[in-house]
Design a protein around this ligand. Structure first.
Ligand code: GLU
Length: 443
């Protein structure tokens, strides 16, 4: 079995793309299939090498390794040969209509209550008319003549699906400048690289009907391909996620400090009724089953992703994160804070709390209490028992307990009303900083 992930290098990968990439990678693990990375760069105007590099970087970051990779722009001879074959079979025909003419024709059809399907006017073009158009300086672009079949397949996710080709316009496969469109190159490559399973987004369902027809015209057996279309992602209100996708690019999530294993765990279960569990890719692959993906749109909830991220960070060892912590951060620091982070980037703030400066709030009405707290500060050395001996002594001296006892201390020492256990933070903050902060809060 062979699968492929085929991004267009026209932008950065976002969670929607990553989900498709992951579905391919996990399917490949489960079935010991080869996983190809195909760079769909036939759109010369919009494709950029830096996007291609960014895509590879993002996939590696997620831990999704591919077995083979190629770029469509390196395979033009293959597409030329396939296009000639279609021309020879009378399935690729030259067209000269401008965008404007086509728009006009579409409007006319709509006004007459007809479906806005291309009328195939150019199929009736005589050799003389074509020669005339070319003599006038026009270069043709080429459309594929669809058959009049209803193309059907059994989709691993969507079940039995079909596309009625007569209600689809003949697609343009070759632009006037001779460059090819993805609709065509994808079929040529899927045949040539012996892809067996095409796993992609639901937005390609109509393409599947068209592409199976092209595959047949190229002499391939369309039943050799199995399709799985993943329903689109929507946000928690059910609206399309597309508007927000920029903020949900992998690079943005990486910059925000979201862990790749949280993203992988979340996307692997998105759209299924299984709850996501952080686990190694191999383990995810063992149980991965496309048929568990629901047919309805999947709700992408950033809060669930962050909750998973929290779990991943809680389990992470110092060694796993040390390079991304402030340089002087210690294992003791990591152990103190790791249960309290939604994002690793928040560790920086807690490092300031233990080793730098905080802006302690002025605690009105607490001057006397803070002075008591300062007076009862134990002598160093400090350890994890210091907090309880200090607060026991304070409790006895002031009669305070519970929140009234702890909250002013927490606020004075950390500047926050919540955070890691003070018992673990206190020895990291140390006596000098503690004393300074108590004094500052009492001002
Ligand atoms: N380049 C296409 C895209 O990014 C690939 C679709 C496919 O998997 O065939 O949408």
């Amino acid at each position: 079995m062979r699968v492929r992930f085929a991004p267009s290098p026209t932008g950065y990968l976002h969670v929607g793309n990553a989900r498709v990439a992951l579905a391919n990678a996990l399917f490949a693990r489960r079935h010991r299939a080869a996983f190809l990375l195909r760079i769909d760069d036939t759109d010369q105007e919009r494709s950029r090498p830096e996007y291609e590099q960014a895509i590879q970087h993002d996939l590696r970051w997620l831990g999704l390794a591919w077995d083979e990779s190629f770029r469509q722009s390196a395979r033009l001879a293959l597409y030329d040969a396939a296009a000639d074959r279609l021309r020879g079979a009378g399935r690729l025909y030259p067209c000269f209509e401008s965008e404007e003419e086509l728009r006009f024709k579409r409007d006319m059809r709509l006004r007459r209550g007809l479906a806005p399907v291309y009328d195939r006017a150019m199929l009736k073009l005589t050799p003389e008319q074509r020669a005339q158009a070319e003599a006038n300086g026009k270069t043709p672009y080429w459309r594929f003549k669809l058959s009049d079949a209803t193309v059907e397949w059994t989709d691993l996710v969507l079940g039995r699906r079909g596309v009625k080709l007569p209600s689809v316009s003949d697609p343009v496969l070759v632009r006037a400048d001779g460059t090819y469109l993805y609709t065509f190159t994808s079929v040529v490559d899927d045949i040539e690289s012996a892809v067996t399973h095409v796993i992609r987004g639901e937005d390609h369902v109509t393409n599947t009907g068209i592409q199976l027809d092209i595959a047949s015209a190229l002499g391939a057996n369309p039943t050799k391909f199995t399709f799985a279309h993943l329903p689109l992602l929507v946000d928690t209100d059910g609206a399309k996620l597309s508007k927000r996708l920029e903020g949900l690019s992998l690079r943005a999530l990486r910059q925000d400090g979201v862990e790749p294993s949280a993203i992988v765990a979340y996307l692997a279960r998105l759209g299924t009724s299984d709850s996501p569990e952080p686990m190694p890719l191999d383990a995810l692959g063992e149980t991965y089953d496309l048929t568990r993906v629901a047919r309805s749109p999947a709700r992408f909830d950033i809060r669930q992703l962050l909750a998973l991220n929290r779990r991943v960070l809680k389990q992470a060892t110092y060694e796993q994160v040390r390079e991304r912590l402030p340089p002087a951060a210690t294992p003791a620091f990591w152990n103190a804070v790791r249960g309290n982070l939604d994002l690793l980037s928040e560790a920086r703030h807690w490092w300031d709390v233990v080793a730098g400066e905080v802006a302690p709030p002025v605690l009105e009405g607490e001057v006397a209490f803070l002075a008591d707290a300062l007076a009862h500060l134990p002598a160093e050395p400090w350890d994890e028992a210091t907090w309880s001996s200090w607060t026991e002594a304070l409790k006895a001296a002031t009669g305070r307990k519970g929140r009234a006892l702890f909250m002013p201390l927490r606020l004075a020492l950390t500047g926050e009303d919540h955070g890691p256990e003070l018992a673990t933070l206190l020895p990291l903050i140390g006596r000098d900083r503690t004393a300074t902060r108590l004094r500052l809060s009492a001002l």
